[in-house]
Design a protein around this ligand. Structure first.
Ligand code: AMP
Length: 376
């Protein structure tokens, strides 16, 4: 069902349907940006888009989620409702997504009607850890941790012999925030680790004794222009991002170069996050890419430059990418679950910017908001 905040908007929907699907020149303010997914990333994309005079149409099976609450249009139906996906795409001037598990038929349907950025092939690759790591290593020529595909306990035993122990077993699909993962320290752990996969195809990765985890947020436009923020250092707690610090120490620009190399190989348009393990000797290995705006880039909202959300909107609409150099050092801290109950004291802290996502229910492990603090 398409909900319209303003019935007069129907006129705009009809006009959009007549537009050609591929963007030839920058989309003017007033155009409609379609976003598949309606969580906090969609919300912050929509807020950034509205600053530039765009309006957003959110496609989200849930009614009135974080993104829809701040957007002009929403469609509430399943991603498998292909007719609805088609009319959603036809009502927009460009379509993007805020999560990487958009079903491939949904993405293809949207892409057939309108420009979809990043392209549907990026999604195909990023939805499967095996194809993602194979692509990054073999096509983009960027180093990753050694890995092996695993489809049975027999494969797992063979892979542990090849890669050595400890090693990390991960599901190929639908893993995030450490879900669907287990560390194998000795051969005795193999049966339990395989049970965790519940028969799903998996990969085994060599365990990387990293010095720190860093990430890069970079963008590429459809003219091939690129822009990147300084290096970000990330600290995880219980497999969920806890803090990001930027600019990180010892940023020699290598990580940004590798991220751009991957984006070019993917013919990428939009913002992409690349997460790296940095070893003691400075070697960088890609852990994973996220074909979207990313939690480790939230600090950009208050650093005095164009933030990652606006950067993505600019890239997918064919605008100049703009200034990504921060004017201050920032620390972003996620507000997980009950952390949000401290909103009143956080709102009083100096040099602190509070971002709350408008989620109805507080649940343990749920990202409810974040704070950006100017430091130094
Ligand atoms: P992922 O879901 O792949 O991003 O993994 C979640 C977290 O688990 C990472 O941020 C790391 O802290 C840790 N991790 C994942 N893979 C490895 C690895 N191969 N070696 C060491 N730690 C890892």
């Amino acid at each position: 069902m398409i909900q319209e905040a303003n019935p007069k908007s129907r006129k705009h929907l009809t006009k959009s349907k007549l537009m050609v699907s591929a963007i030839q020149k920058p989309l003017p303010p007033g155009s409609t940006i379609g976003i598949l997914g309606g969580g906090q990333l969609g919300r912050m994309l929509s807020l950034a888009a509205s600053r530039l005079g765009f309006q957003c149409h959110i496609y989200d099976p849930e009614w009135a989620g974080p993104a829809a609450k701040v957007s002009r249009f929403e469609s509430n139906t399943s991603y498998e409702n292909i007719e609805a996906v088609l009319s959603f795409a036809q009502a927009c001037d460009v379509v993007t997504y805020e999560f990487e598990n958009v079903p491939s038929l949904t993405a293809k349907t949207a892409a057939n009607a309108r420009s979809l950025h990043p392209n549907a092939n990026v999604l195909n690759i990023a939805q499967d850890r095996f194809s993602e790591k194979t692509f990054i290593r073999d096509k983009a020529k960027v180093p990753v941790a050694a890995f092996e595909p695993v489809n049975s306990v027999h494969d797992l035993k063979r892979a542990t012999k090849k890669l050595g122990l400890p090693a990390v077993l991960k599901t190929r699909r639908f893993g995030y925030d450490g879900k669907g993962q287990s560390i194998i320290k000795s051969e005795n752990d193999i049966p339990v680790a395989w049970d965790v996969m519940k028969g799903a195809p998996a990969i085994l990765e060599a365990f990387i004794p990293f010095k720190r985890e860093v990430s890069v947020i970079a963008a590429r436009s459809f003219t091939g222009e690129t822009a990147a923020y300084p290096l970000i250092e990330n600290v995880h707690q219980n497999h969920i991002l806890h803090k990001s610090l930027a600019p990180a120490e010892n940023d020699d620009g290598r990580a940004q170069g590798l991220a751009v190399q991957i984006m070019s190989a993917l013919d990428y348009v939009g913002v992409m996050a690349t997460e790296f393990f940095e070893l003691e000797d400075g070697t960088l290995l890609v852990n994973e890419i996220a074909p979207r705006v990313h939690n480790s880039g939230h600090w950009t909202q208050d650093a005095g430059c164009i933030d990652q959300f606006e950067l993505h909107i600019r890239a997918i609409c064919g605008w100049p990418l703009g200034d990504t150099s921060p004017k201050s050092k920032m620390e972003m801290t996620n507000l997980i679950g009950e952390d949000i109950s401290h909103w009143e004291s956080l709102a009083q802290e100096p040099k602190t910017f509070l971002h709350l996502y408008g989620k109805r229910d507080i649940k343990p492990g749920r990202k409810m908001g974040h704070v950006n603090r100017i430091i130094g």
